[in-house]
Each structure stands twice: as structure tokens, then as C-alpha cells.
Design a protein around this ligand. Structure first.
Ligand code: B1M
Length: 215
């Protein structure tokens, strides 16, 4: 299969809710020399986005959404493991997690992989992470940047709570913050006082580099 066929097959594996196919396409793509980043961004992501749209319209239901997410995770994890690494470490520490009440972690995991591949020491706290845990870990790890991901309009408010909690803990001026996730925006970041917003993983790397003064 050529690159375009691999990308189309990756998208189709998500639309077919096919975990095994997603793994197979990812492996075949890597063997054929297809860029793993392109496979995620131009193959798997358009697939899950289409499923999201179908879910929004009521054309697919939660069980299908879960199956599609499983296929997405299976395919992207294989690609993420093959993301090209930068030669040098930045020595900068980043805490990253999805906020409380939110179990969406596919996009956050891609951001984590991009940051790791670009030399950042990433502490991935996982998903459904409380503001208290963010603060506790920040005190322990003393990161340069704290990133929070929110995919639901009902959970993005925790990004604002985090800003307040960091202030209350007396550490807000010692760390930079970045927010991301589909319902968030630069306007939202400005409103809650976050230092940055990123629309996607590549932009997250650029913004975190800027926050850390790394070129
Ligand atoms: Co959910 N879900 N979901 N879901 N789900 C959405 C978000 C939704 C938009 C679908 C829809 O209706 N069209 C909708 C939210 C509506 C809203 O809030 N307005 C929704 C809903 C309603 C729900 C449930 C409530 C459904 C229900 O139970 N009735 C439920 C909530 C569960 C919970 O969290 N408490 C739910 C559950 C699920 C699954 C578990 C089935 C699954 C998640 C599995 C998982 O993540 N492990 C799922 C999925 C897969 C989706 C969609 C279809 C896809 C999300 C995704 O993975 N996108 C999503 C629809 C959509 O987004 N179009 C949807 C691909 C990923 C690469 O993109 O996550 O945006 P994304 O990440 C990007 C950028 O946003 C950015 O970079 C990433 C890479 O480019 N980014 C950052 C993300 N975090 C960042 C952090 C940064 C910087 C950049 O710095 C810190």
C-alpha cells in the first residue's frame, strides 16, 4: 500500500470500529516508511472526528463511540511509539493531565508523545485528575509548565479552578500554564489567566517551548 492508501485505511479502521485493523494499518504504515505523525494526524484523527460528528447527529451511539475510541487508541499508540525523538533533552519538566470528570485522553496522549519526542520530561498524570492532585504533584515535581486538557464544556471550568488553586497554594508565579482540548480557545485561556492555549499537538510543542524559553 502507498501512503495515501495507508492514511485512508487508518481512517476506515476507526470508522469500522476495528481495533485489529487499526493496529495492522499502523504497523504496515511504519514498515512502508510512512511518517507516524502523518498517520495519526491525517489518518486516525479524521476518522475519530467523523465518528464524533456522527455521534453529534445521533447517527452513532455511545457503544460505537467507545469502540471507535478503542481502535483509535490501538492505532495511535503504535504510531506514538515511533515518533522521531530529538537528539537533545531540554531539561524542562511538564505536568500534563486531563481534568476531573473528563476521561477523554487520546488527544492529551498525543500531546504528551509530541512533547516527549521534543526533549521535554513529561509527567503524565492521566485523566479525571483533580485540581488538588495537579497542585500536589506540582509542589512535588516543580515543573516548568502545567498542561491541562478538557474535552467537555462541563469540565473545562476545572482549568479555571486550577489557576485559582495554584494561586492559593502560592506557586502560580513559579510555573507556566497551558490549556487545550476541543472546547477551549485562546479567548478561554485569556479569560481564566492561563499562559497559553494550543489547538493541536504541534502547536502545544511550540507554545511550551516558548513558555520555557527553549528554541
Ligand atoms: Co466523548 N465527547 N464523550 N468520548 N468524544 C466529545 C468530546 C463530543 C464533542 C462528541 C460530540 O458530541 N460531537 C462531546 C462533548 C460535547 C460537549 O462537551 N459540548 C462528547 C460527549 C458528550 C461525551 C460523553 C458525555 C458521552 C456520553 O456519555 N453520553 C462521554 C463523557 C465521558 C467523560 O469524559 N466523563 C464521552 C465519552 C467518550 C469516549 C469514552 C467514548 C471517548 C473517549 C475515549 C478516550 O479518550 N480514551 C470519546 C471520544 C473518542 C470523543 C470524540 C469523538 C473524539 C475525541 C478525540 O479523541 N479526538 C469527541 C468528538 C470530537 O472531538 N470531535 C467527543 C481526537 C483527538 C486527537 O483530538 O482530543 O481534540 P482532541 O485533542 C487534540 C486537540 O484538542 C489538542 O491536541 C490534540 C491533538 O491534536 N489538545 C491539546 C488536547 N488536549 C490538549 C492539551 C494541551 C494542548 C493541546 O495542552 C495542555
Amino acid at each position: 500500500m502507498g501512503e495515501q492508501e495507508i492514511l485512508a485505511a487508518a481512517k476506515k479502521a476507526i470508522l469500522d470500529y476495528d481495533v485489529e485493523k487499526a493496529k495492522q494499518v499502523a504497523k504496515e504504515g511504519l514498515d512502508a516508511g510512512v511518517d507516524p505523525v502523518a498517520m495519526v494526524e491525517k489518518g486516525f484523527v479524521p476518522g475519530i472526528q467523523e465518528i464524533g460528528d456522527l455521534f453529534d447527529c445521533g447517527d452513532v451511539y455511545l457503544p460505537e463511540l467507545i469502540l471507535a475510541a478503542d481502535a483509535m487508541k490501538a492505532g495511535t499508540e503504535i504510531c506514538e511509539a515511533a515518533f522521531p525523538e530529538t537528539a537533545s533533552k531540554t531539561k524542562k519538566k511538564v505536568i500534563m493531565a486531563t481534568v476531573e470528570g473528563d476521561i477523554h485522553d487520546i488527544g492529551k496522549s498525543i500531546v504528551v508523545s509530541f512533547l516527549s519526542a521534543n526533549g521535554f520530561d513529561v509527567y503524565n498524570l492521566g485523566r479525571d485528575v483533580t485540581v488538588d492532585t495537579f497542585v500536589e504533584k506540582a509542589k512535588e515535581i516543580q515543573p516548568d509548565v502545567i498542561g491541562s486538557s478538557a474535552l467537555l464544556t462541563t469540565t473545562m471550568g476545572h482549568q479555571k479552578d486550577l489557576e485559582e488553586a495554584l494561586k492559593e497554594a502560592g506557586i502560580r508565579d513559579k510555573v507556566k500554564t497551558i490549556v487545550g482540548g476541543a472546547p477551549t480557545s485562546q479567548e478561554w485561556a485569556d479569560k481564566i489567566g492561563a499562559d497559553a492555549y494550543a489547538e493541536n499537538a504541534a502547536e502545544a510543542v511550540a507554545k511550551v517551548k516558548k513558555l520555557c524559553g527553549v528554541s
